[in-house]
Ligand binder design. Sequence first.
Ligand SMILES: CC(C)(COP(=O)(O)OP(=O)(O)OC[C@H]1O[C@@H](n2cnc3c(N)ncnc32)[C@H](O)[C@@H]1OP(=O)(O)O)[C@@H](O)C(=O)NCCC(=O)NCCS
Length: 302
Amino acid sequence: GIALHTGRGNVTAGPGEAQEFFTGASFSPGGRTIFALPSRNLKGESNIILSVEDLPNQLSVRESLDLVVTEYGVASLTGKTIRERALALIDIAHPDDREMLVASAKKNHLLFPDQAYLPESGHFYPQELVFTQTFKDGLTVRFRPIRPSDVDEMRRLFYRFSDEAVYYRYFSPIKTMPHARMQEYVNVDYRNTMSIVGLVGEPGEGRIIAEARYVRTPGTPFADLAFVVDEAYQGKGIATFLFMTLIKIAKDRGIEGLKADVLSTNKSMIKVLEKAPYPVQAVLDSGVYELKIPLSEKLASE
Ligand SMILES: CC(C)(COP(=O)(O)OP(=O)(O)OC[C@H]1O[C@@H](n2cnc3c(N)ncnc32)[C@H](O)[C@@H]1OP(=O)(O)O)[C@@H](O)C(=O)NCCC(=O)NCCS
């Protein structure tokens, strides 16, 4: 729900007018209700809270509220479960408030007990890494760094994979992707691990159809690459674009080289990596290509 602040000196509307506005939006063709607010109020308290039960001027508009916007992004609530809404709203809360919100939402059984929280994920979210690209057949894909609230979309993507795609990505025929395991993929620090997702569909109702990441290997100048593209969208150049993007991000962040372990039968992944604008070194070991792409001159000459 929403509680409206109707303090003195503010431009305000009462709950009645807000309700009419919401109804008007839902009756308009293509109409959406968008609620924009700063993540914190003037006293520095979170505007995103667990419940508005104790506040005056409440509106119970859960079903008709589509998008909530703060300076940290957009939470799309349409068609989402209570748990998904809680995660989406926490993602746009002030980073210093997110830990408290996750903890209290867990306590109140709004989130699963195994819900992870990584302080870095809120503080270092790279807002600047957002872009849109058009591919073969006019397909437009929006890209942005992964967020903790992507957990359900990422699990849906996993369950759309064929057995072959799962094997190529995880090197083992895993059949399930439980919530607990997906936590480690969606809660990243954007420093040692960087992950970019690609979405199609209307902003706010997007479906994740691609994910690419690198993970720094401790004690080495390298980071390990991994990619996955929804089979319905393969062959359009999405992985190639993500590869070039990750090279740029890695270079900007001082990573000296990239590595990938690729099964020797995985022709499309090899084709993508061969497009690197750097010389690729390959070693074949028990059916797996260990590919190294030096980004720095120092590594290239070693
Ligand atoms: C590998 C993968 C990420 C590629 O994604 P994609 O978006 O389809 O890749 P792109 O469209 O950018 O490029 C694919 C290239 O492989 C080529 N290709 C596709 N299938 C091929 C095949 N069977 N044999 C040879 N080349 C093939 C395409 O023609 C294209 O090359 P081109 O641009 O020169 O024509 C995707 O297939 C995937 O998700 N596979 C399962 C998971 C996986 O293997 N991950 C990699 C582990 S690190």
